[in-house]
Design a protein around this ligand. Structure first.
Ligand SMILES: [Zn+2]
Ligand SMILES: [Zn+2]
Length: 246
């Protein structure tokens, strides 16, 4: 039996320098429930230090939190990396941190905030999280796959930091599991402009940086239960599983 589960797979927390301070794991989950979402992914820029609290909080609620990260490749392409658990995500984080500089002049007070599930500030990340990493697009997609994750091209139609604006095209053989359409773009228009990329499944998400953004766009997955594996199977179209976007 397949059921519909609504997913927003691209949400930043207050760890991302560009996200608002009230994007704490607890408030994000509260807001996701209000928005009627069944599945969310936490995807901060180049870091995964706020995913743990969200995953733990979600266990007591009727919502699945997928631990993830939005990696900036050396070509300045944003890629969503989603994982079934936190272990492989932390392996990716170690690779990402390896080539990521500290922020020059230090991090301003109350930016890049690490928060626990009790809404307490645990610290501040000192890396320049918005910078490009030393991982190339090829490296990033390959490593995400090797670690058992899903690699999704973020906002592929955006004028900055999208695969097409940065590279001009999607290099042949890049093993993306899906492409993500920007929240504000028109689906019909995108389908005609990017018709050569319809061999990939397309997802939509909010790319939320503020609480009110959460759930403004979503992907409906028709799957057996809300789980990472079911999402993977839906992206591959296995066993009549499918996804729909609007
Ligand atoms: Zn992005
Ligand atoms: Zn983003």
């Amino acid at each position: 039996m397949l059921d519909r589960f609504r997913a927003d797979l691209h949400i930043h927390t207050c760890l991302s320098p560009c996200a608002s301070l009230d994007m704490t794991p607890a408030r994000i989950i509260e807001r996701a429930e209000e928005a009627g979402l069944d599945i969310i992914a936490i995807t901060d820029h180049n870091s995964a230090e706020n995913t743990g609290p969200a995953v733990r909080l979600a266990r007591e609620r009727g919502i699945l939190v997928i631990p993830g990260m939005e990696v900036t490749t050396s070509e300045e392409v944003h890629i969503l990396a989603l994982f079934p658990s936190e272990e492989p995500l932390h392996e990716l984080q170690a690779m990402v941190y390896h080539g990521l500089p500290e922020r020059e002049g230090g991090v301003p007070e109350f930016e890049q905030v690490i928060v626990n599930e009790f809404e307490e500030v645990e610290g501040f990340n000192r890396k320049n999280l918005i910078a490009a990493t030393t991982l190339t697009l090829d490296d990033a997609v390959r490593e995400i796959g090797r670690l058992g994750g899903l690699a999704i091209a973020s906002h592929m139609d955006r004028e900055v930091f999208g695969i097409i604006s940065q590279m001009g095209f999607i290099p042949e053989g890049t093993a993306f599991d899906a492409l993500e359409l920007s929240p504000s773009s028109d689906l019909q228009r995108a389908r005609s402009i990017f018709s050569e990329y319809t061999q990939f499944p397309w997802v939509r998400s909010s790319d939320a940086h503020h609480l009110t953004d959460i759930g403004r766009r979503w992907t409906d997955f028709y799957i057996q239960e809300p789980s990472f594996e079911e999402i993977r199977m839906a992206l591959r179209g296995e066993g009549e599983r499918e996804l729909r976007i609007m």
